[in-house]
Design a binder for this molecule. Structure first.
Ligand SMILES: Nc1ncnc2c1ncn2[C@@H]1O[C@H](COP(=O)(O)OP(=O)(O)O)[C@@H](O)[C@H]1O
Ligand SMILES: [Mg+2]
Length: 205
């Protein structure tokens, strides 16, 4: 584990193992998030905090409300009530693409790799603030052609390597196994994070 993350994880050792306890450095904090489908309460979360720099699992039986909770947090569904912040920013009511722009990117149970693009092209889709995204810039190829060729190549390569996909970079995503597609989706999601350092291949604090 990178040294700059170790203290974040160490800090967790002092936290009681109880639901909803405050964390030393939370990246995500949710309060009173509830979602009802008719008479069924699918999500009822009083308080939860996710510690920065850790891999946190949410477990529960089928139908417990995990997917619905992720849908709510990332703007794919709306709660009946509740607030939550990511990096201190209120996200209730924020639309999914904005949530992603703010750095919280989700993946899906059924993978959504674009099968007729290569692995690298899928990764390129995850990068943010690309010049060619703007309608105006689109009509002036000289504005984005060079950027398209060089954009974040080292970031892509290191991410792909850390997900064991670097040998597959020129393969069509559709030719990957189910597991590899899931890995590609996670790697692509991480392209959004400005916290990924290309040069050191680790998370910046
Ligand atoms: N769009 C929906 N309409 C009605 N009920 C739903 C909808 N989405 C989820 N549910 C119900 O909410 C509960 C939680 O579902 P879900 O979040 O998919 O659980 P999990 O992901 O933990 O398996 C289930 O009872 C499910 O049937
Ligand atoms: Mg689910």
């Amino acid at each position: 584990m990178p040294d700059d993350l170790k203290h974040l994880v160490d800090a967790l050792q002092t936290v009681p193992q109880e639901a909803g306890v405050p964390k030393p450095d939370p990246i995500l904090v949710a309060d009173g998030v509830r979602r009802h489908f008719g008479g069924l309460t699918a999500v009822d979360v009083d308080h939860v905090e996710i510690q920065r720099g850790t891999i946190t699992a949410l477990i529960g039986p089928n139908g417990a409300g995990k997917t619905t909770f992720f849908n709510l947090l990332t703007g794919f569904d709306k709660p009946n009530e509740g607030q939550w912040t990511f990096e201190g920013r209120q996200l209730a009511g924020v639309r999914p693409h904005k949530v992603a722009q703010y750095g919280m990117v989700r993946t899906f149970q059924l993978t959504k790799a674009l099968s007729r693009l290569t692995v690298m092209e899928n990764m390129r889709l995850g990068a943010q603030d690309q010049r060619g995204e703007k309608l105006f810039a689109l009509i002036f190829p000289f504005l984005w052609r060079e950027a398209r060729r060089t954009r974040s190549p080292s970031r892509r390569c290191e991410l792909l390597a850390s997900f064991n996909l670097d040998q597959k970079r020129d393969d069509m995503a559709g030719s990957l196994s189910g597991g590899q597609r899931k890995l590609l989706e996670m790697a692509r999601a991480l392209m959004v994070g400005r916290r990924w350092s290309c040069s050191t291949s680790r998370w910046r604090a």
